[in-house]
Write a protein that binds this ligand. Sequence first.
Ligand code: NAD
Length: 337
Amino acid sequence: CSSTTPITATFFPGDGIGPEIAESVKKVFTTAGVPIVWEDHYVGTEIDPRTQSFLTWESLESVRRNKVGLKGPMATPIGKGHRSLNLTLRKELNLYANVRPCYSLPGYKTRYDDVDLITIRENTEGEYSGLEHQVVRGVVESLKIITRQASLRVAEYAFHYAKTHGRERVSAIHKANIMQKTDGLFLKCCREVAEKYPEITYEEVVIDNCCMMLVKNPALFDVLVMPNLYGDIISDLCAGLVGGLGLTPSCNIGEDGVALAEAVHGSAPDIAGKNLANPTALLLSGVMMLRHLKLNEQAEQIHSAIINTIAEGKYRTADLGGSSTTTDFTKAICDHL
Ligand code: NAD
């Protein structure tokens, strides 16, 4: 239904439930007439020496060239001695901010009806710098890296996001009372950026207090910005507030305008291959990608079709208390379109 020239986007179906939910996205996007041509990329079966991981150099080049992509979950075997696929993507593509909107879905009842917050996670350093080593036998060390450059960059993104999305407040989440140097520098950078945005209210909240406030009253928050590890944990906590990992999307923002949208959840090996996965998180990630591409009309159409299908309650996957398969739920969304 669009005369726009097709846009090429990279697609990583990923592992586990990835291919099943990727199929769902493709069906829904085709039904909505989204002018996108997918360039599919699969995780390799051996390590590519150029990336030191199972991700091939060609896959990374595809994202660099297209500047936009959608990513399914990728499994990370623990203790197998190779670089995490997700870490490789973030590092190699310099995906410095992970944006996770978290909002109550109308029609799906949870403890709260009024959740509407955005977590913005620094994505390249902190505790996830990948710098771990053994000091002596029985003693290991992991380095938490915080730099002025990466902290200013993510803070700038958070404030700019707040300003351009009609948000009123940015909360920097930290533990600077204990991690005085690292989180202290992160906060200093947030304060510097906050001064440039007098129209946005700025506050600082200690991470443990933030957890308590979020579960008691999530409406207390608007935009939250934080270092890597805290962002990983808080964004899953927020997913729990609105119905779980099957529902929450995200988008990774890189330098040079690269955007790689991805579902927050993992490869769900317990339900993989059973046609049980909820494709909503990946679909909503696709919607974020469409908004990034300014394909707002199709983004709204798909968003409404998902919301209406869930609200109607006739077709829901098991994680939302229903008994529909991935395929049936996808078909219901297409029917709404
Ligand atoms: P997970 O998110 O895969 O699963 C946690 C629970 O949520 C499981 O019970 C699963 O069945 C359920 N779940 C997740 N997504 C769902 C969906 N769309 N529909 C219905 N139920 C869903 O977390 P995990 O088990 O800790 O991790 C499995 C693998 O995924 C690991 O190898 C991990 O490293 C990887 N992982 C990857 C990413 C990513 O690619 N961004 C994120 C997290 C975990």
